[in-house]
Ligand binder design. Structure first.
Ligand code: 5AD
Ligand code: SF4
Length: 475
């Protein structure tokens, strides 16, 4: 006779995610790890038994947001307790890793603090916190967390949509002098090829059509295959593209020095690899690049871009910039404007330098005044905004393959993404969701393009998901 385990009592979980796409992925994996223990998603913090803040430490503002949210959560917990109930509060992510015990000291309402390498141990950590202990877990455990994290249930993946993140690499060994990542996410590691393929097959089987491979330094990926051979990101993309249903692959975020010939060749040869690349340069000044410990010059960056464009002439580029790094002069900043112009970004993210304690940049003399940072940021933003508009405008009149992802804002409309990651809205029936259709771009909106499905055209790639999966996406 088989013994049946009692059903776990249903509890409600709310995860608030800050920061990058890897945190979005991690939050889903935490939810997946807790689902077998009876935790269902809560619609709001007010409904939850457990609230986890999945935090970001990359800039000061991101870190400080966490403490103000913890203040509000303490009030919520106090109200609950006054009503004879309780609320458990957890802090995960990079602030948890960087601040550890300090979080419990500053915000004593917090029950558990755990870093990104401990997510597979979450059920056990919660059990310890239930027993009244304050749990602070910021070790880098020797076991592979990915091997212990359960996959999402099929219906959960279906609900999450046609595009999915998949972390293939974590951590960073580059030690750019402004950046906390090597300290919060640890040394660079790559997940084994078979593990990545298995997760991708699960996603594809639940209707996912587009994968975005994630890593702090994703193009440095070098996972081992079943025979113990080291495989680079280009080869991994080829293997992933063989999976039925996977029509599009993207990856982010990359370092210019890790754009290998193999990866660039993959952009030439693999149609599934989208012609959109996020390749941060941070600054256009060699002096500042050196002080940032980026290990390349402006010319070397432009040379990498030229090689990529030779392989894939329609490659759209995106980047990250930091203005006001210590010692940055007006001439250095002019070089940043110039490299942005020469690269011709389709989009870019721009930041004011933010001192991160413990990084070499924090110790540098010649910190730049806030007013100067604000003024330079505004100038860079104006230029990037113009470049983004120019790029969007250059798409008008072109027919682009669009992955139809969801119903549009208005009835009779659908929404999707171009190969260049632009949102595209167009008239069309919902049964097209999951297909890739040729769409003529007719106009540029604020943050999206308007298009017209080329009538009489066959889908470029048909949907492979069942109607029930489509229905769930639409619901
Ligand atoms: N200050 C400002 N921006 C930063 N970034 C990383 N660290 C800092 C910092 N200390 C930016 C970089 C990076 C992006 C993820 O965040 O541009 O590429
Ligand atoms: Fe941070 Fe990226 Fe530099 Fe690594 S390569 S230290 S993640 S900015």
């Amino acid at each position: 006779m088989t013994e049946t385990l009692p059903e776990p009592t249903p509890k409600k979980l709310f995860i608030k995610t800050y920061g990058c796409q890897m945190n979005v992925y991690d939050s889903d994996r935490m939810a997946d790890a807790l689902a077998p223990h009876g935790y269902q998603p809560a619609a709001s913090m007010e409904e939850a038994d457990l609230v986890v803040l999945n935090t970001c430490h990359i800039r000061e503002k991101a870190s400080e947001k966490v403490f103000s949210e913890l203040g509000r959560l303490r009030e919520l917990r106090d109200e609950r307790r006054a009503g004879g109930q309780d609320l458990m509060i957890g802090v995960a992510g990079c602030v948890a890793q960087a601040e550890g015990d300090e979080i419990v000291r500053r915000a004593p309402a917090v029950d558990l603090v755990f870093g990104p390498q401990s997510y597979h141990r979450l059920p056990e950590l919660i059990a310890r916190a239930h027993n009244g202990a304050k749990v602070v877990e910021t070790e880098f455990p020797p076991e592979d967390k990915f091997a212990h994290l359960p996959p999402a249930k099929r219906e959960v993946t279906v609900k999450r949509g046609l595009t999915a993140f998949l972390t293939v690499q974590e951590g960073c060994d580059k030690f750019c002098s402004f950046c906390v990542v090597p300290y919060t996410r640890g040394a660079e590691t790559s997940r084994p090829v078979e593990q990545v393929l298995a997760e991708a097959r699960n996603l594809a089987e639940a209707g996912v059509r587009e994968l975005t491979l994630l890593g702090q330094n994703v193009n440095a990926y070098h996972g081992l295959d079943a025979r113990g051979r080291s495989v680079g990101l280009g080869e991994l993309c080829f293997r992933l593209a063989e999976i039925e249903g996977i029509a599009r692959i993207r990856y982010t975020t990359s370092h210019p020095l890790d754009m290998t010939d193999e990866l660039i060749a993959a952009h030439r040869e693999l149609d599934a690899l989208m012609p959109y690349l996020h390749l941060p340069v941070q600054s256009g000044s060699d002096r500042i690049l050196k002080a940032m410990n980026r290990r390349h010059t402006a010319e070397q960056y432009l040379d990498v871009i030229a090689r990529i464009r030779a392989a894939r002439p329609d490659m759209a580029l995106s980047g990250d910039f930091i203005v006001g790094f210590p010692g940055e002069t007006e001439a250095d900043f002019a070089a940043t404007l110039e490299i942005a112009r020469l690269t011709g970004y389709a989009s870019a993210f721009t930041f004011k330098y933010s001192i991160r304690p413990g990084t070499p940049g924090a110790e540098l003399p010649d910190q730049i005044e806030e007013a100067v940072k604000i003024e330079r940021l505004a100038r860079l933003n104006a230029q990037i905004a113009q470049q983004t508009r120019d790029f969007a405008q250059s798409c008008v009149g072109r027919v682009l393959p669009v992955l139809i992802e969801k119903p549009g804002r208005n009835p009779g409309q659908v929404g999707g993404r171009s190969p260049y990651l632009q949102a595209v809205h167009m008239p069309g029936p919902e049964r097209l969701i999951g297909t890739i259709m040729p769409v003529e771009i007719v106009a540029v909106g604020n943050n999206s393009l308007s298009g017209k499905i080329v009538t009489d055209a066959e889908p470029i790639s048909a949907s492979v998901i069942e109607s029930s999966a489509v229905a769930a996406h639409i619901a």
